[in-house]
Design a binder for this molecule. Structure first.
Ligand code: JHZ
Length: 388
């Protein structure tokens, strides 16, 4: 599989493309699901086209998270450090509410976008050395936040060591991770790609934090990214554990996330999902329909490459992100164009590669749907939206 965000320049399309195995393994001892092969982070994250602010629903999500973080802080001007702060989509509302903020962001393009909009951002990978420098420069943090970043880091013990340095005694670590149970139940196989090294559920997270004398004190289930967990952890005894933690432990027992058969069923579902999507698209093409896609998402790269869908099926992928437009999708080499192409070209069908925002996107393209355009939702099994 190619790397999910390694978009290809049109003039380099005939050249070689980096590909890596994409095998998913499960630890029979702690239940952590993880990739078998780790791609060097600088290859994936030094220049990164995914800009969180390009998705309007995410901006609203991060406003909500900023509000939630505030409730864990005891001073109005506390220091909040965000790991993998992207273009500053969370730093912005935190800063606007009076908090002191610092973002750590390895992607040069994103860090400079955040800095130029007035958000203090260090352009580097997070680690113990960075944690030490932050403490020297700003003092310890009341909250460290990482949304969709823990799953991207190979050395989780180094994260724990960094937290030990950076967090003040009553400080909280707030993380959001895609939730393994949703991945399995909704057959979200496309969220498996090299950036996502771990596929978390609560149990292995509790094991992980326990290694560093920390504990999970709150857990919430959120719809974002196809279903995520927002987990709050702190030093043991620093905060009372909320009843949500015990409730989630029971939920995961019921879901049999430790049972190999759960994963065998998932593997069968993934193959069926591919079969049904490929069938729907090829029948539509044979009947002369024109098909495009919406959302040059990372998961779209897994979906297109695993299903073997290319430019002979999909004419273009429409996306709002300026870093992505003008490039080709990894492996499948479908041109990425501005969103306006959907209304200009009016394909008969538009495949939703960012199906996690299906409702918002369908509402945004109301006039396309009213004039007969149809969206295809690929997950868990392909279906045409709005048709009987
Ligand atoms: P979206 C990202 O995955 C990458 P992706 C990352 N590795 C990660 O961990 C996960 O998130 C959780 C576009 N769009 O958010 C913007 C429109 O064009 O589903 C994005 O390119 N118009 C950090 O890439 C893409 O779709 C719209 O109206 O799978 C969505 O990507 C909207 C709503 C989105 O994440």
């Amino acid at each position: 599989m190619p790397l999910a965000n390694a978009l290809v320049r049109p003039n380099e399309a005939s050249g070689p493309e980096l590909t890596f195995p994409l095998d998913v393994l499960r630890c029979v001892s702690c239940g952590l699901v993880q990739l078998g092969q780790v791609v060097r982070p600088d290859v994936m994250f030094r220049s990164y086209p995914y800009s969180s602010s390009a998705s309007a629903p995410l901006v609203a999500h991060f406003d909500g998270l900023a509000h939630d973080i505030r409730r864990w802080l005891s001073t109005p001007d506390a220091l909040v450090v965000e790991i993998g702060s992207n273009d500053g989509v969370l730093l912005r509302p935190l800063q606007q509410s009076g908090l002191r903020v610092l973002g750590i962001e390895p992607a040069d393009n994103l860090a400079s976008a955040a800095k130029s909009s007035g958000l203090d951002t260090w352009n580097e990978f997070f680690g113990t050395d960075v944690a030490q420098r932050i403490v020297l420069d700003r003092g310890q943090a009341s909250a460290v936040v990482g949304t969709n970043v823990l799953a991207h880091i190979d050395d989780l013990r180094a994260v724990l060591e960094s937290l030990e340095i950076l967090l003040e005694p009553r400080g909280v670590f707030v993380v959001e991770v895609p939730y393994l149970n949703d991945l399995i139940e909704r057959v979200e196989y496309d969220t498996i790609y090299h950036e996502h090294l771990s596929y978390f559920s609560l149990a292995p997270l509790e094991t992980l934090f326990g290694l560093a004398g920390m504990e999970v004190v709150d857990v919430q289930h959120l719809p974002v990214h196809g279903g995520s967990l927002r987990v709050v952890a702190s030093r043991h005894g620093a905060h009372a554990q909320r009843p949500s933690v015990e409730a989630f432990r029971g939920f995961e027992q019921l879901k049999r996330l430790q049972d190999a058969r759960t994963f065998q069923r998932f593997a069968d579902d993934v193959q069926r999902s591919r079969h049904e999507l490929v069938g729907l698209l090829s029948t539509s093409r044979q009947s002369g329909a024109r098909i495009a896609a919406h959302g040059a998402s990372a998961k779209g790269a897994t979906l297109l490459n695993y299903c073997g869908i290319g430019p002979s099926t999909i004419e273009f992928i429409a996306d709002t992100t300026r870093f992505k437009q003008g490039l080709l999708s990894p492996g499948s080499h479908i041109p990425i164009v501005p969103e306006s192409a959907i209304l200009e070209q009016r394909p008969d069908y538009t495949l939703l590669l960012a199906w996690n925002y299906a409702e918002d996107i369908v509402a945004k393209f109301d006039s396309y749907v009213r004039s007969g355009g149809r969206f295809i939702h690929p997950i868990p099994f392909a279906r045409v939206l709005g048709s009987a």
